[in-house]
Design a protein around this ligand. Structure first.
Ligand SMILES: Cc1cc2nc3c(=O)[nH]c(=O)nc-3n(C[C@H](O)[C@H](O)[C@H](O)COP(=O)(O)O)c2cc1C
Length: 331
């Protein structure tokens, strides 16, 4: 029997398979199913500060019938589709999930103001979440804000939030950072317990008939994993922070590659949306079988075996072999 247990965010988990934040993690029934299928922890879908503001404004609009002002303001806010959560509903969901299952429940927050991040982070903690994922889904589009300013803002935000909560915090980042190692090491120094690599940025498409920009959410494939394992392998053991992968984890081998590069946990959403929650059992079975075949007794002993420092050809993770890669394509 292979020992699949890991520690993530200082929390013992029975294995490294975590359900990342998505609408799948909204219903308590699904969360129970996830526990039954041996998923080790669940990240709830994000609470969006805009959403809470939107709902407050809707309430205000209702109270102030006839005021045009709010209707106009609301058009600036994105269409949240399924994200119909006021913060009280979100907090209730955390309480119910905690009652229903024993696996760790990780709240997820996407704020727009420092005050909002702190307020909702504390509320999520007080509702009983075991940890908090800060979803830094932000696309800098203003030319007058430098990359240093953007990254400093992230670090300040992480400092502000982590200094005010007791539960561990994971920071979910995008790869649009000018220096990933620098920013991650600053997160580590600012109280973050983990970084989750990487948020996917959803690229809208253009409809030329209606001359409109249309949202277009495509699920991932395993191809997206390589960007993650490369960066995990580069960051591994260089700073005091747990590393987690989200994006492109679809199969047992993907989980194993993530762990080999140095991740503590690998997260899945697209694979569960495509194959259903019971697919988790098959993935974990595949992981155990592979480890057994290859004489590993535990997943911990396999963790980081292919990190950048321990491989024969560390440059393969870097640009140094750029020419070699280009040259390796057989026409
Ligand atoms: C429909 C959908 C909704 C999502 N909602 C959230 C969210 O609320 N917060 C968040 O941090 N990530 C959200 N994600 C991103 C996932 O957590 C995950 O990071 C991403 O899908 C990449 O992982 P995958 O390749 O396993 O799908 C969402 C993804 C999908 C497909």
């Amino acid at each position: 029997m292979i020992d699949l247990s890991v520690d993530y965010l200082g929390i013992p988990l029975k294995n490294p398979l975590v359900a990342s934040s998505s609408p799948l993690c909204t219903s308590i029934d699904n969360i129970k199913k996830m526990e039954d299928e041996q998923i080790a922890a669940v990240v709830l879908q994000s609470l969006f500060e805009e959403q809470v503001i939107l709902e407050q404004r809707e309430l205000d609009t209702g109270l102030l019938q006839g005021t045009e002002h709010f209707a106009e303001a609301l058009t600036y806010l994105p269409d949240f589709g399924t994200y119909r959560f006021a913060s009280s509903g979100y907090l209730e969901q955390i309480r119910k999930a905690k009652e229903a299952v024993d696996i760790p429940i990780i709240g997820s927050l996407n704020g727009i103001s420092t005050g909002g991040w702190i307020k909702y982070a504390k509320e999520i903690q007080d509702a009983g979440a075991d940890a908090l994922e800060l979803n830094l889904y932000y696309l800098p589009t203003r030319p007058d804000i430098s990359s240093q300013q953007v990254e400093n803002n992230y670090v300040e935000l992480v400092k502000e939030v982590t200094s005010r909560i007791r539960i561990p915090a994971a920071i979910k980042i995008s790869f649009f950072l000018s220096s990933i190692p620098d920013t991650v090491s600053k997160f580590a120094d600012s109280g973050a317990s983990a970084v989750v690599l990487f948020n996917r940025f959803y690229q809208p498409d253009l409809n030329l008939d209606s001359l409109n920009v249309v949202p277009n959410l495509k699920l991932s494939t395993s191809d997206e994993l390589r960007l993650r394992i490369r960066w995990i392998a580069i960051l591994y053991n260089k700073m005091n922070i747990d590393l987690a992968i989200t994006g492109g984890v679809h199969t047992s081998l993907d989980v194993l590659k993530g762990i080999a590069s140095g991740a503590k946990v690998t997260m899945m959403t697209s694979a569960f949306l495509l194959n259903g929650i019971p697919y988790a059992g098959a993935v974990l079975e595949g992981v155990s079988q592979w480890l057994e075949r290859n004489d590993y007794k535990s997943i911990r002993s396999f963790q980081g075996v292919l990190n950048q420092a321990s491989v024969e050809n560390p440059e393969a993770y870097e640009r140094a072999n750029y020419m070699q890669v280009l040259g390796s394509y057989n026409t």
